[in-house]
Design a protein around this ligand. Structure first.
Ligand SMILES: Cc1ncc(COP(=O)(O)O)c(C=O)c1O
Length: 396
């Protein structure tokens, strides 16, 4: 994760890149991003192809950075397919997972040589031409509970995602009948229970084995999705534990494994910085990022983000600490980023508030409510700060 020394330098360098309109900025932290991608690669079997979920951070420069570092991209909509191709990703490194693909979209991607397109239902298979240039996978609902929050859990029985594994024979028949060469699953985000996830992987593999026993070589690719919550990297990380599970489950097979991590890769690799506009009643801090940037947190369960206060020269404000509520700028009562956040008593108007671990599911969920502008996006390379994109007004 980024060090306090680096944040201090970023704040001190901000002055050269912002003007009076820049009441907040978003920062991509490239050293942390690289460290996480390396940890992902070294934790999982070397032959895996890692595609990173675009929805977690769709900034064009971020996608280009990932592609330049040798990663593929997972697209959840046709628009994200276009973002991936525009970022220079070759079609063979793009996975297309939209659950509601139109006939028009299917015709478009079916012409893209080597793209993995995962269907959400058996019905969707009938919309493909007989000889597509793309590879087709069937998304399976493994019907497991890996312990993630309900709204991100896509593997319950009533899930709208994938064909339930209980319809095993129908899946096998469809795989044999159509030009299917892959099986896909994504158990849901923020999964906690790797033992349950292991069972889901085993199910996926045994289904592929069974299809291959009826038609040898039919399934050659297994896409196991993403879903790990963010964590600081340690030798005993959840990612390395998951990597060991994957290595064991697929030890005696030659399936090409694809992954689709999002949050685990991005969350720690981004920070947001807002001017503190007001401190009222000595306990309420008003900043310039609220439910527009922290959509999931304001409308659902707020994640707990590490925060620090800085003066304009990049000196950390310290001293006696106290609790503050952190209010966002939107005009509705629930627009709070945190309640009871511990910050220095000396926190005041004109200081900067740094908010860490904001790289995933924030910028990509930007809400237009109150029509506030999307902040300038900066990139920190460990030594220098540069602009990735300018502050943007919202177009309705
Ligand atoms: C199909 C699919 N793959 C991958 C992801 C990324 O999940 P995560 O950010 O939890 O790794 C998602 C997230 O919604 C998804 O729907």
């Amino acid at each position: 994760m980024i060090s306090k020394g680096e944040i201090s330098k970023i704040i001190a360098d901000l002055v050269a890149l912002v003007d009076e309109k820049d009441n907040s900025v978003l920062v991509a932290d490239l050293p942390t991003l690289r460290e996480r991608l390396n940890h992902l690669k070294s934790s999982l079997p070397k032959t895996c192809i890692h595609t990173i979920a675009i929805k977690s951070n769709p900034h064009a420069q971020m996608l280009k950075t990932l592609v330049d570092l040798g990663f593929g991209l997972e697209a959840a909509s046709i628009e994200e397919v276009h973002l991936a191709l525009n970022a220079g990703c070759s079609a063979e490194r793009v996975v297309f997972d939209s659950p509601v693909k139109t006939k028009h979209e299917i015709n478009e991607v079916a012409r893209l040589h080597g793209m993995l397109v995962n269907v959400n239902s058996i019905e969707e298979l009938t919309r493909f031409p007989n000889d597509p240039a793309c590879y087709i996978g069937i998304r399976i609902n493994p019907q497991v509970r890996t312990g993630g929050p309900d709204i991100y859990d896509v593997s319950r029985n009533e899930s709208k995602f994938g064909v339930p594994i209980e319809h095993k024979e129908a899946i096998i028949q469809a795989a044999l009948k159509f030009p299917v060469s892959a099986l896909h699953m994504h158990s849901g985000s923020q999964m906690k229970n790797l033992t349950v996830q292991r069972q889901a992987l085993e199910c996926l593999k045994s289904l592929a084995d069974e299809i291959n026993s009826r038609m040898p070589g039919k399934i050659n690719t297994l896409d196991i999705g993403g879903g790990l919550p963010t964590e600081s990297i340690a030798e005993e990380s959840k990612m390395s534990a998951y990597g060991a599970v994957i290595a064991e489950v697929f030890a005696d097979s030659s399936y090409q494994i694809f992954t689709e991590f999002g949050q685990w890769v991005h969350a720690e690799a981004g920070l947001a910085i807002s001017k503190i506009e007001y401190v009222l009643e000595k306990s309420r801090v008003y900043i310039h990022l609220g439910a527009d940037f922290f959509m999931r947190d304001a409308y659902g369960d707020a994640r707990s983000f590490p925060m620090q206060v800085w003066d304009e020269h990049g000196q950390e404000v310290e001293g006696v600490m106290q609790r503050f509520d952190i209010a966002g700028p939107l005009c509705f009562a629930g627009d709070y980023l945190a309640h009871g956040q511990i910050l220095p008593h000396a926190t005041s108007e004109g200081h900067w508030l740094s908010i860490l671990v904001t790289g995933a599911n924030t910028y990509g969920l930007w809400s237009r409510h109150c029509s506030r502008s999307v902040p300038k996006y900066l990139c920190w390379d460990g030594e220098n700060l540069r602009i990735w994109s300018e502050r943007q007004t919202i177009n309705f």
